[in-house]
Design a protein around this ligand. Structure first.
Ligand SMILES: Nc1ncnc2c1ncn2[C@@H]1O[C@H](COP(=O)(O)OP(=O)(O)OP(=O)(O)O)[C@@H](O)[C@H]1O
Ligand SMILES: [Mg+2]
Length: 237
């Protein structure tokens, strides 16, 4: 294979005097402007890893969250093992189990969910993730001028990891039931890992979300049941 000539090396061969003269002239111009070419570049404050990028999207309260619940760490391992190499060889989430984190108010469900995202990123898994509460989902799907709600819904249906927080906490209606079923059904059919959190007791899920959504959740989800008192009040006491 023939390689293209390196213009700098060609110049130097042709006329070393001119090449070093050009460097000297450039250095003088920079000096005149007060620029030292040997000075190290300043910190650009640019994120360099997927974890740093994710940290910027994670609310400050959960930015250092660690998934330490055994069922959550097991799920992280299962999803990591199910990854497939993508472009450049980096493992990416393909298909895998979903996870239902249930427990009372303040028991640490959202903390575990963000912790799981951080664990996957720390393990070098490539993922396109979204996190929103069920209330935010319904608000985002209310028809509004200038917003393509269908496009937003498609992103939530197809992203490689979705966290749907506080499932069953919003006031239910036929419309919310249909929306939840559409989203859950797509991710169920395509085996797309999803983390759901809920304050509902297992026996109440069917009543709150409808039988068809409850049935899919039962099949697609591993379970992590959190117990204990409200950590927020513990801290305040
Ligand atoms: N394992 C943990 N280690 C340290 N702090 C934690 C842990 N789990 C939760 N917390 C802290 O406890 C508080 C409550 O946690 P979190 O918001 O995750 O609860 P929740 O179960 O999602 O509550 P809710 O049902 O109201 O949504 C937060 O301040 C969180 O940072
Ligand atoms: Mg929460």
């Amino acid at each position: 294979m023939t390689s293209l000539p390196n213009p700098r090396r060609t110049d130097e061969r042709r006329d070393p005097q001119t090449a070093s003269g050009a460097v000297l002239r450039l250095e003088r111009m920079l000096a005149a402007k007060g620029i030292d070419p040997d000075r190290p570049l300043p910190d650009t404050d640019q994120p360099s890893t997927a974890l740093e990028l994710a940290d910027r999207r994670i609310p400050p309260r959960y930015r250092l969250a660690e998934a330490d619940h055994p069922e959550v760490t097991t799920w992280v391992q299962q999803v990591t093992l199910a990854c497939r190499p993508g472009p450049g060889g980096t493992p990416g989430i393909a298909q895998g189990p979903s996870l239902l984190i249930a427990g009372p108010t303040g028991s640490g469900k959202t903390h575990q969910a963000y912790g799981a995202i951080r664990s996957l990123l720390k393990a070098g898994v490539r993922l396109r993730w979204n996190k929103l509460t069920a209330t935010e989902l319904y608000a985002s799907q209310r028809p509004r001028q200038g917003t393509d709600t269908e496009r937003e819904m498609r992103e939530l249906m197809t992203c490689s990891l979705l966290v749907l927080d506080d499932l069953g906490a919003a006031k239910a209606s036929e419309w919310t039931e249909e929306l939840t079923l559409r989203l859950v059904d797509h991710r169920y059919e395509h085996l797309l890992p999803t983390i759901f959190t809920t304050n509902l007791a297992p026996g109440d899920i069917k009543n709150a979300l409808g039988d068809r959504t409850a049935s899919r959740l039962a099949e697609m989800c591993e379970r992590a049941i959190l117990t204990g008192t409200d950590r927020r009040r513990l801290r305040a006491a």
